[in-house]
Design a protein around this ligand. Structure first.
Ligand SMILES: [Zn+2]
Ligand SMILES: [Zn+2]
Length: 137
C-alpha cells in the first residue's frame, strides 16, 4: 500500500486496498493467513508529516497451542502510522509497517477456545472430546 504525498488533498483521503497474503509473508508455524488483508487507510497530511489510521482485516487459520487442532479465526487490527516527510519525498510505502503491525499483534500461543483442555500428556487424547481416564503423573 502506497501513499503519494502530492496527491493528498487538504481534507485527507481514504485508501482501500487488498494486500495479497503472499506479499506480506506473515505465516508462522502456528498461524496462516487464509485471505488477503483488506486494508483501509484514512490519510491526512500535516505540515511536515503524513499520518495514516489503518484498519486491517483478514482471516487466519491457527493451530491451538494446547490441543493442536486447527481453527479459523479473524484478524482485526487498527494501526496508527506517522511519517515525517520533506519536499523531496513523494511516496510512502506502508507495506512493511503494516506487516510489522500485524506481526506484533500475533498471538504466540493461539488457543482454539480460552478454556481448551488440551491433550492428555499420557495417551495424547484430545480432552475436549473425551476424558481418557489416564492418571496424570
Ligand atoms: Zn485447543
Ligand atoms: Zn490419556
Amino acid at each position: 500500500m502506497k501513499i503519494y504525498v502530492n496527491q493528498i488533498p487538504l481534507e485527507g483521503l481514504i485508501l482501500r486496498e487488498e494486500i495479497p497474503a503472499a506479499q506480506l509473508d506473515l505465516d508462522t508455524p502456528v498461524l496462516r493467513l487464509t485471505d488477503a488483508v483488506k486494508a483501509e487507510a484514512k490519510v491526512s497530511r500535516g505540515i511536515n508529516c503524513v499520518s495514516a489510521h489503518l484498519t486491517l482485516r483478514s482471516a487466519l487459520t491457527a493451530v491451538c497451542s494446547r490441543c493442536l487442532a486447527e481453527f479459523n479465526t479473524g484478524l482485526d487490527r487498527e494501526l496508527e502510522l506517522n511519517y515525517p516527510v520533506d519536499k523531496t519525498q513523494n511516496m510512502i510505502d506502508l507495506t512493511e509497517d503494516i506487516r510489522e503491525g500485524i506481526m506484533l499483534d500475533y498471538p504466540i500461543k493461539p488457543l482454539c477456545k480460552p478454556d481448551c483442555s488440551g491433550l492428555c500428556p499420557v495417551c495424547g487424547a484430545d480432552l475436549n472430546i473425551n476424558k481418557c481416564g489416564c492418571k496424570a503423573a
